[in-house]
Design a binder for this molecule. Structure first.
Ligand code: PBG
Length: 324
């Protein structure tokens, strides 16, 4: 009790250094990269200042820069030349993600872990994460599963170190695990976007990868932002199906979910600091409304809530900042 207890005694710079309860390290970061097969020059993404679509060539240079900064992993998103109704360019041997994976691994080997986002929305003409029945405008769950399995195998064959299914189809983790195991990729881990909410904070990303949808929205497969118990069921399900790492997405508006997931399941836990979270802070910073320190503060809050690793478009900024 005051005056015996004075909490301010520990608030000197050196004490803070020693007793900080949460530390953010370069090791905690996963950098998202966009590679666009149609480009010969990198192209800025207007809704995400500072982030660009890479060409099939420049993506390798960018990956090298990340590795030089000590960032351990990147997650690849591809924009194909051609889209079709079933997203068949998600799984060709020489499709955009497979080529980029192969090229990055050839250049960097163990210096960079390549995670491949595993979803159909960038590859389908309708922009949904699964096969569609046009008559009913329904996104079909079960017919999508074998395509996801096939895509996982093609990504592993190209050299992906880990696959990350993000389409929120029921049973996706089990199908992918089975497909990988049957093709001798039983050592490839799965990071599942387990509790992925139907969120407005993905807006800028959809510009970044041209995955706006032709009709409807994603609320028949992604989660209702109002629900927390349901997130525990999603996570429990994915663990049973064989997920190695569990992801919560978005991060900042869902810190309570990250906290619950970490404490109820004790699994390796990832959080996706999504495009809208990036653009909000970056936009305010560019206008002089927020100081750069807001980046670290928001990422620390994500770690404090229970995330082990963070997927963030700030990865490079943070790495440079933490090294400095
Ligand atoms: C697609 C996918 C999305 C993101 C990652 N994978 C968008 C969506 O579901 O619409 C969002 C990433 C971000 O906003 O940074 N399956």
């Amino acid at each position: 009790m005051f005056p015996t207890t004075r909490l301010r005694r520990l608030r000197t710079p050196v004490m803070k250094r020693m007793f900080s309860e949460t530390k953010l390290s370069v090791d905690d970061l996963i950098a998202p990269l966009f590679v666009d097969e149609n480009l010969t020059q990198p192209q800025p993404i207007p809704s995400m200042p500072g982030i660009q679509r890479e060409t099939p060539k420049s993506v390798v240079d960018e990956a090298k820069e990340l590795a030089d900064l000590g960032i351990p992993a990147l997650i690849l998103f591809g924009i194909p030349k051609e889209k079709d109704e079933t997203g068949s360019h998600a799984y060709g041997e020489n499709d955009v993600v497979q080529n980029a994976t192969r090229d990055i691994k050839a250049e960097l080997g163990d210096d960079m872990m390549v995670i491949t986002d595993l979803c159909l929305c960038e590859f389908t003409t309708h922009g949904h994460c699964g096969v569609v029945d046009y008559d009913t405008e329904e996104i079909l769950n079960d017919p999508t599963l074998p395509i996801l399995g096939k895509t996982a195998v093609s990504q592993a064959r190209a050299g992906a170190d880990m696959v990350a299914p993000s389409g929120m189809m029921d049973g996706m983790v089990a199908s992918i695990r089975k497909a990988l195991d049957q093709n001798s990729y039983s050592n490839i881990p799965i990071m599942s976007y387990a509790a992925k909410y139907s969120s407005s904070f993905y807006g800028p990303f959809r510009d970044a990868v041209d995955s706006g949808y032709a009709f409807g929205d994603r609320s028949t497969y992604q989660m209702d932002p109002a629900n927390s118990n349901e997130a525990m069921r999603e996570v429990e399900q994915d663990i049973k199906e064989g997920a190695d790492i569990i992801m919560v997405k978005p991060a900042l508006p869902y810190l309570d979910i990250i906290y619950r997931v970490k404490h109820e399941f004790n699994m390796p836990t990832a959080a996706y600091n999504v495009s809208g979270e990036y653009s909000m802070i970056k936009g305010a910073m560019d206008n002089g409304w927020l100081a750069e320190k807001a980046i670290i503060e928001s990422l620390i809050s994500i770690k404090r809530s229970g995330a082990d690793v963070i997927l963030t478009y700030f990865a490079k900024d943070v790495a440079i900042n933490l090294i400095r």
